[in-house]
Design a protein around this ligand. Structure first.
Ligand code: DGY
Length: 352
């Protein structure tokens, strides 16, 4: 079952030659082995299948099983993976010295063991920039949804609780004159802050790796301590990378410091939140609303206590899920693999 789910492809004419003559041509022997843990978006997939790769691809609508990855990666020169694949020392070592490039269909790379990749001379690629708009749009959607009680509203309509128009029913918060706290002011964080400023945000506090003075005037922004951001912001949005420094940075202490009217949104990684502490904060009404595109684990079990909270809107990690973004992300992965197996600098390389 596992074996048959891995589609093996080389150029069709080579496959025909092999079928006809029953031998591996020189060209076939030389086709670099590339593992793809999932089918790519349609156009990128069509291109991938035309490349002269000995392609081992998981064709099921599920993650490539770990044991299959560990087996297929042996002798591979390139790997196209997803953020849900753990590319750790075991995978990188199982590949052997042939592996030249790992490229992920994501901008996040916390699932890849960069130190081992570097030690083994494996270049690592990712898909920055092209998903910024999609992810920022989704983050704004979650912020609005949490602020305007969208989950409660949809549930009320579906469950027949929509009665006459009521002045005190499902009242949320607006943005004009409010303070936004951005944790992470990278590409996506900046795009979110720009969008929310258009909704009326008057001041932005941000905390991240470095100060960005060029944003201070256009976003009315100020580089602030994490504590100041927590206590003074009306909207707190996490768009940071998941690093040892940001792991579980949103814990009970952090939630306790937030305003009781605060809206907290996370489209970064589930791991930046200590999830049991978030549940406790919701139980204790420490927050007005929460929007999450990421959780721990993913998928979130349907019995998670988070789902019981009407003021917590959860989406299934779809930040970059637009046709436009995903197609380009697929193309970037192929470009990275092509460059990597030729020993060239990746066009979309992670510096590590
Ligand atoms: C990524 O690509 O890392 C993001 O999680 C997209 O949502």
């Amino acid at each position: 079952m596992l074996r048959s789910s891995v589609l093996s492809l080389t150029r069709p004419r080579l496959a025909t030659a092999i079928a006809r003559h029953g031998f591996h041509s020189t060209a076939f022997a030389m086709a670099p082995k590339v593992v793809a843990t999932r089918v790519l978006p349609a156009n990128a997939q069509a291109r991938l299948e035309k490349e002269n790769f000995d392609l081992k691809q998981w064709k099921e609508d599920s993650s490539m099983p770990r044991e299959t990855l560990l087996k297929e990666i042996q002798g591979a020169e390139g790997l196209i993976c997803l953020l849900s694949d753990k590319i750790d020392k075991d995978v990188l070592e199982a590949a052997g010295p042939s592996l030249k490039v790992v490229t992920t269909l994501s901008v996040g790379y916390d699932h890849i063991d960069l130190a081992t990749a570097k030690k083994n001379n494996v270049q690592v690629g990712y898909t920055p920039d092209v998903l910024t708009d999609a992810t920022a749009d989704l983050t704004v959607l979650l912020t609005l949804a949490a602020a305007r009680k969208m989950k409660q509203g949809i549930r009320a309509v579906e469950q027949g609780e929509w009665r006459e128009w009521r002045p005190n029913w499902l009242c949320g918060y607006q943005f004009a004159g409010k303070t936004l706290g951005m944790v992470g002011m990278g590409r996506i964080g900046e795009a979110v802050a720009r969008r929310l400023r258009a909704f009326g945000i008057s001041r932005t506090l941000y905390w991240g790796r470095r100060e960005k003075p060029e944003l201070h005037e256009p976003l009315q922004a100020e580089f602030a301590s994490f504590d100041k951001l927590l206590t003074e912001s009306d909207y707190i949005v996490a768009c940071c990378a998941m690093t040892p420094e940001t792991k579980e940075i949103f814990n009970y202490d952090a939630f306790k410091k937030m305003k009781r009217s605060a809206i907290f949104v996370n489209s970064a990684r589930g791991g930046v939140v200590k999830q049991d502490d978030l549940i406790r904060a919701l139980d204790e009404d420490l927050l007005a609303g929460v929007g999450l595109d990421v959780t721990t684990p993913e998928p979130l079990p349907t019995n998670s206590a988070l789902l019981k909270h009407d003021n917590c809107v959860i989406l299934p990690h779809i930040g970059s899920a637009t046709i436009e973004a995903r197609e380009v992300m697929g193309e970037m992965c192929i470009d990275n693999v092509l460059a990597g197996i030729q020993g060239k600098q990746l066009p979309f390389a992670l510096k590590h």
